[in-house]
Design a protein around this ligand. Structure first.
Ligand code: ADA
Length: 568
């Protein structure tokens, strides 16, 4: 499943994992030739879903459009809700020849509701395209591989004619009591008005109200639930509560004997995040962030994320003594966030607004806002996420960039006031006024002194403290490339020992300084990069992982562990 827990008990839910027909379309003929009407099955290969097509040897280098097809059988007539949890990078979905959804962005979900389908076999066709351009997010030549395809799960659910479309929970904490507000959206796909009972429960507390929703209409309503004697979610003791919205009751008028039955479930954790001077606080207590940056990348799986890879990665991160992950540079698979919730690992989640320059920032504004909203909507319940990161190393000195960042912050604040906001500076930040930092609750500072450039970390941090002393600083990127197995007596660049020494020195310095609230090593594991970066990236990989692409530890991993882990 795409989560670590059941998200419904009433719906028949299945994941369309397994082989789909697959055909690349380098000449981009599929639309004109109407593959969605008559799929060229005889020319098609078979490929597993979810997967990155680039993880299959035949398509390792393929960038461009490609088509998928499979059939879906339903036993009884009814409506099906399809959720595509991630299609890289652009997708169009057709059901029985009709276009039902389109979406841009590899890392956020989208849905398609197919109403009143007859019993029997239905055809699902998806066009995916992993082409990146100057104004896509991420843009072309970004420092990670443009994996393509249906790389996250496709979930299909039977939904009744009145179903729950969305559940969004917020809360205020008063000591050990929580005042929860649940905003629930009901969708009535039938022609007649309906008045089901809606129950929202949080742990053992619950509230029920009847809600009227007109025919062919949607209605959003807010229910308040007070939860006494809460246990807070805390990195040391990550208590989670189940939240559920449920429809029940019968249609009130005698014309029908319809029984309402639907439910949506999620989990929350009660915790407060704030800052105080240079500290980041969880539930009022300072936390020192000791983290890694993690891409979703694996030599066997590409950007697709089997549960075992996610669990193992988190185990390795925690074994090193780390308590945090920066999801560089995009919304991660939701199940990885579930695992972080369960383990008490703190998370910064980011949108793929990566190194956007002045000339493309205006064109990127809309897509950035869309992915930000989609990320918050999807992930707003994860207690592990303590901050939203609005961008990474954009041309922050340009007024258009700071203006766009400010607007993104307003957009985020409008839907979620319970997390910190940050944005990562570019490596070359040298103390000039950085308006982007002004919108941040804490500063995410990326720098590569000792790797790309010579320079003194201490002086660099002094400069930042002087300028932005009133805010916490997290060094969100630092590190060095190390080709796995490269060990030298001299500890020269690209060797494991050079990397280990640099990371050790940095970690010691950051932990010593009161003005640094934490750090995230660049990066967790070696990752495949864009082929255009090959000249500066041995093995076409970003080799700054503290473990290699197969998660085998480098010297730096052991060094970090010696410094951080209690049992090392
Ligand atoms: C930047 C960027 C990372 C990675 C890193 C590097 O800081 O944010 O994605 O490219 O540089 O390895 O150079």
């Amino acid at each position: 499943m795409h989560r670590t827990f059941e998200t419904t008990t009433e719906r028949r839910q299945r994941t369309l994992d397994g082989p789909w027909e697959f055909l690349t379309d380098p000449a981009d003929e599929g639309r004109e030739d109407e593959y969605y009407e008559s799929f060229p099955t005889e020319e098609a290969d078979r490929i597993s879903v979810p997967s990155s097509w680039n993880a299959h040897a035949e398509y390792a280098d393929y960038v461009g459009p490609a088509w998928y097809r499979r059939t879906v059988d339903i036993r009884e007539p009814g409506s099906l809700l399809f959720t595509f949890h991630g299609v890289a990078r652009e997708a169009t979905v057709y059901i029985d020849g009709e276009e039902v959804a389109g979406h841009e962005g590899a890392y956020t979900p989208f849905t398609a509701l197919a109403r009143d389908l007859d019993a029997g076999e239905h055809e699902l066709v998806v066009r995916a395209d992993n082409t990146r351009t100057e104004t896509t997010l991420p843009h072309e030549d970004a420092d990670w591989f443009p994996h393509g395809g249906i790389h996250r799960e496709v979930v299909v659910e039977t939904v009744p004619s009145v179903y729950l479309r969305d559940l969004a929970v917020e809360y205020d904490l008063y000591g050990d009591e929580a005042a929860v507000e649940a905003e629930v959206t009901l969708h009535n796909t039938g022609a007649r008005p309906a008045e089901p009972d809606l129950t929202v429960s949080v742990g053992d507390a619950s509230v029920t109200e009847s809600v009227e929703v007109y025919g062919m209409d949607a209605r959003t309503t807010t229910l308040a639930v007070d939860v006494p004697d809460i246990d807070r979610w805390d990195p040391e003791d990550p208590t989670l509560y189940e939240v559920e919205a449920r429809l029940s009751g019968e249609q009130a008028d005698e014309r029908e004997d319809e029984v309402f039955a639907d439910d949506l479930r999620d989990r929350i954790g009660f915790r407060a995040v704030s800052t105080n001077g240079r500290e980041i606080l969880v539930n009022g207590e300072p936390v020192e962030i000791a983290g890694v940056n993690r891409h979703e990348d694996h030599p066997e799986w590409g950007s697709a994320q089997p549960l075992r890879v996610q669990e193992r990665d988190l185990e390795i991160v925690q074994r090193a003594g780390c308590n945090a992950v920066r999801c560089s540079h995009y919304p991660n698979h939701p199940r990885f966030l579930d695992l972080c919730d369960e383990e008490g690992v703190l998370v910064v989640e980011e949108i793929p607004m990566w190194q956007v320059d002045e000339s493309s920032v205006v064109a990127c504004k809309e897509p950035a806002q869309r992915v930000l909203m989609a990320m918050i909507e999807r992930d707003r319940h994860h207690p592990s996420i303590f901050a939203w990161s609005l961008s990474n190393e954009c041309a922050n000195e340009a007024p258009t960039v700071s203006e766009v960042t400010r607007k993104l912050k307003w957009a985020a604040d409008g839907v979620d006031g319970s997390r910190l906001i940050t944005a990562a500076s570019n490596t070359d930040w040298e103390g000039e006024t950085d308006e982007v930092f002004e919108v941040c609750d804490f500063l995410s500072v990326n720098a590569y002194w000792g790797w790309y450039r010579d320079g003194d970390w201490g002086e660099f941090l002094d400069g930042i403290a002087e300028k932005y002393g009133e805010k916490p600083v997290v060094v969100t990127e630092f590190g060095a490339g190390a080709v796995p197995g490269d060990r030298t007596h001299e500890g020269r660049k690209w060797s494991e020992s050079y990397q280990a020494d640099l990371i050790a020195d940095c970690v010691d310095l950051f932990r010593e300084r009161d003005d640094v609230a934490g750090f995230a090593v660049w990066q967790f594991c070696d990752t495949l990069t864009d082929p255009s970066q090959a000249m500066t990236r041995p093995r076409t990989r970003n080799n700054k992982g503290i473990v290699d692409e197969y998660r085998r530890p480098k010297e730096a991993y052991h060094t970090l562990r010696e410094r951080l882990a209690d049992d090392a």
